[in-house]
Design a binder for this molecule. Sequence first.
Ligand code: NAD
Ligand code: USQ
Length: 404
Amino acid sequence: SPGTAHSSGAGTRVMIIGGDGYCGWATALHLSARGYEVCIVDNLCRRGYDLQLGLDTLTPIASIHDRIQKWAEVSGKHIQLEVGDICDFEFFGEAFRSFNPDAVVHFGEQRSAPYSMIDRQRAVYTQTNNVVGTINVLYAIKEIKPDCHLVKLGTMGEYGTPNIDIEEGFITITHNGRTDTLPYPKQGGSFYHLSKVHDSHNIHFATKAWKIAATDLNQGVVYGVRTEETTADPLLINRYDYDGIFGTALNRFVVQAAVGHPLTVYGKGGQTRGFLDIRDTVRCIQIAIDNPANMGEMRVFNQFTEQFSVNQLADIVSKEGKKLGLDVQVVSVPNPRVELEEHYYNAKCTKLQALGLKPHLLQDSMVDSLLEFAIQYKDRVKHELIKPAVDWRKSGTKVSTMGA
Ligand code: NAD
Ligand code: USQ
């Protein structure tokens, strides 16, 4: 039964900011099932972006209240809920004080690069929401519970695509005969990715100034949807984005294959990124909580398990689709983003594995079962939401209503 998994971390009080979202919901249930005391904080803005832009998840998700109630029924575990905006310190400070967490996992940001590039207003919103929210979390820890461990979701996209190996957060440089270990150079590729760069700098400063303990998890692109706990009941199903704004590469390709839409490779398709299965996202978070950073330390882990180029993903999905009798076409569409389409990429990801992560690799069976999942829900797919919807070069000051 989903409520009976055991863990050495049982009893740890974990606040999950963004616990109604894709990574956050899966993580909240994973930890709750293992006996952690979980409190979700979310202002439900992610559901609001869908209403605003006419988007929808592939899967029919239940309201946060219904999800939590169903979880209590199937697992016997209670998850606390605080609906509110972490940018509002009056709300957030009170929620933090009353829950008194040992660890706070911060997923609660606007996380789409295309969304942040729609127009000036969304660029400003993305950076304000993300940077201010994170500063509020840092102040809550400092003022209310200085030994609370911050587990912050960053992104591999903070590093960009440099022509040298990517280290985990820091690089040792010898310059004019002197040597130092410094934050790895950052080159975000959108106002969203840059919001994470700003967060990393703010967190690093706060760990030094106030002796806070923080782990910055530079996560790669997540794929998949089913986790042990979200499959326990239809009302626990997770969200799955496939649209041109919130959908990410592999998840989009799988839905495209399921509905007979050509796979949308942007430009030359040599863009290479780190990827991981959502079943590993939840385990990485648990590993970070169970092995906290030291007070005064900002520890950085690169949270992905394998690297792929967009062309490699398209090949894997076409091959698997053919096995299921799908006729999968691949097209190169003009790249709506400004990014290198052919480049060197070699990023380290050893620290989480050293702490015990056993990765689920993107073997054929995973694509298979994801494809079958997408086929199951294919009648809910709105074809017009698939096209790339945001051009980096066209972002302007006029507020875009999208649908128009
Ligand atoms: P998501 O949009 O599904 O979930 C984020 C949640 O945070 C939403 O439920 C939203 O309502 C909430 N939120 C946003 N701003 C808030 C605020 N000010 N106050 C309270 N709640 C707020 O995103 P996700 O895909 O689950 O990503 C979670 C985190 O992981 C993000 O920080 C993202 O940058 C990072 N990440 C995601 C991926 C991926 O592939 N999905 C990859 C790397 C990193
Ligand atoms: N791409 C395509 N075709 C598509 C969609 C994407 O070729 O249909 C390409 C993009 O051009 C890009 C790459 O695939 O080169 C990755 O794009 P993505 O949309 O999958 O990922 P990204 O915009 O980087 O953002 C996602 C999450 C974000 C997270 C990031 C991790 O939305 O929250 O931070 O992945 S990372 O990429 O490592 O920075």
